[in-house]
Design a protein around this ligand. Structure first.
Ligand code: ZN
Length: 371
């Protein structure tokens, strides 16, 4: 496969969307969010899933992209998992201390939320469910997929009385949807913009239907969509050993208390918590100076080399610790993030205050992981 999208076979048959077509795409997404009738938050979850999966599975050639219902359903489970934690307002209120689950539907609670809520009560975290009860996990994904098929999938593109059929053909075909030519390209190109639009609309919707619980609370966005402050402690022993107790970025020795599990592709660029994306670094200055930037090409090479060289060992260690990982997805997201930065002639962080551009051969070390 030609994942560079330059000079491949596909390029001779397909053209990527023109500037006008890209603007039209964004205008259509805006129309869906503004004019579409949303009786539950499923449509937001569906748009997010299509956007994220375009990054994780698609490429930049403009090709159509086939996505299975179960892939989409897994995304739903991840999004709703944290949202089914009972919400406890940050200020003391008259509510019971255990909080309440936010309503995601205009009438009774959305059914997918109920399904996820039950699974969360029994298994507390997704790793635990996937690792210890794989059959239950598959069953949950199947049930969620059936709900998606029943509801948002065929309603997402309806605005008023018309269908704005720009994402995928609105007709059932086996257990997948095929994103039309150019759609995955646009989702990849505008991932952060569309993500912000959708999350903003989703949060406004939830606020509207949960007045009594939310009041004027300001941390709703963080509650719904999270921050990178997840417990990442389980990674420390694995990374410590792999890096011989030294900082991934500067190579100097670390102290346990001031070392930090860093998202190599920053959470702000693409929010995911897959094993291979983590490195151990000095809290200060390395991690804090890198902040929300991509690390420079030399760090990228080192990251690719590590994940390739220790492929088997990491697989074993992640499995033993029940940590979620998918090397292919991590590599594809990494490729996508760097390509975005390279195309925009953006800067990457090297060390301290030093910022550098990417060289034209930045992607070569990723080849081995993308195959
Ligand atoms: Zn360092």
């Amino acid at each position: 496969m030609d994942h560079t999208g330059e000079g491949g076979l596909l390029d001779s048959q397909l053209t990527t969307p023109s500037a006008d077509e890209q603007i039209q795409f964004l205008a259509n997404v805006q129309r869906l969010l503004k004019e579409g009738a949303f009786v539950a938050t499923y449509k937001y979850a569906l748009l997010m899933a299509l956007t994220d999966l375009s990054v994780e599975k698609g490429d930049d050639t403009g090709s159509p992209l086939n996505l299975s219902l179960s892939e989409i359903a897994e995304k739903f489970v991840y999004y709703y998992w944290r949202q089914t934690i009972p919400y406890v307002p940050p200020t003391i209120s008259t509510l019971p201390h255990d909080g309440m689950i936010l309503q995601q539907n205009t009438r009774s609670q959305a059914e997918i939320v109920r399904l996820v809520e039950r699974a969360r009560e029994a298994h507390s975290d997704i790793q635990n469910l996937k690792g210890n009860a794989p059959n239950k996990w598959r069953r949950l994904v199947q049930m969620v997929a059936a709900k998606i098929d029943e509801q948002p999938l065929w309603k997402l593109q309806r605005v008023g009385d018309e269908y704005l059929e720009f994402l995928y053909p609105n007709a059932r075909q086996s257990d997948s949807v095929v994103l039309k030519v150019g759609v995955a390209f646009c989702f990849r190109r505008f991932h952060s913009l569309i993500g912000d639009l959708v999350r903003g609309a989703w949060a406004r919707y939830v606020r509207r239907f949960n007045h009594n619980i939310l009041g004027t609370t300001t941390d709703l966005h963080e509650f719904l969509f999270g921050t990178e402050r997840l417990p990442l402690g389980n990674y420390i022993p694995i990374l410590w050993e792999l890096q011989n107790g030294s900082c991934f970025y500067c190579g100097h020795l670390l102290k346990r208390e001031s070392s930090n599990v860093d998202h190599f592709i920053p959470w702000a660029v693409y929010p995911f918590d897959l094993g291979h994306n983590f490195v151990l670094a000095h809290d200060r200055p390395c991690n804090s100076k890198k902040s929300d930037m991509l690390a420079s090409a030399e760090h990228l090479n080192k990251w690719a080399e590590r994940n390739s060289m220790f492929r088997e060992e990491l697989r074993r260690r992640f499995d033993a610790a029940h940590l979620v990982y998918d090397l292919k997805v991590s590599a594809r997201v990494t490729y996508w993030a760097y390509r975005q930065t390279f195309s925009a002639n953006g800067l990457t962080w090297r060390r301290g205050e030093e910022l550098v551009h990417l060289p034209s051969n930045w992607s070569s070390s990723l080849d081995v992981l993308l195959q």
